[in-house]
Unconditional design. Structure first.
Length: 98
């Protein structure tokens, strides 16, 4: 559920048709990758509500190939706060009714 919410939050789904990215702007995309025997580091960028967001996914797998750690680090602080609010709202909307 958390990864689905993150995918929707970072994908720029909050844009209205009049705010669609122009050719020079891009939605979520990975820009650099680095791989080790049990770890992948993926740098990304996106735009959220007019704010350029840069971040890194750090994914570590166990010997069976299962993800055992998934970290996301983003900047600037304005984006961190925006993601926090949007993820909280997305997770709340995805929660089963009580």
């Amino acid at each position: 559920m958390y990864l689905r919410a993150a995918t929707q939050t970072f994908a720029g789904k909050d844009l209205t048709p009049s705010e669609e990215p122009r050719d020079t702007e891009q939605r979520f995309r990975y820009t650099k990758t680095a791989f080790g025997s049990d770890i992948a580091i993926l740098e990304f960028e996106t735009s959220m509500q007019g704010t350029h967001v840069n971040g890194v996914d750090i994914i570590r797998c166990n010997e069976a190939g299962r993800v055992v750690e998934f970290r996301v680090m983003i900047r600037p602080l304005q984006a961190v706060n925006m993601v926090h609010r949007q993820m909280a709202a997305m997770l709340e909307s995805m929660a089963p009714p009580a």
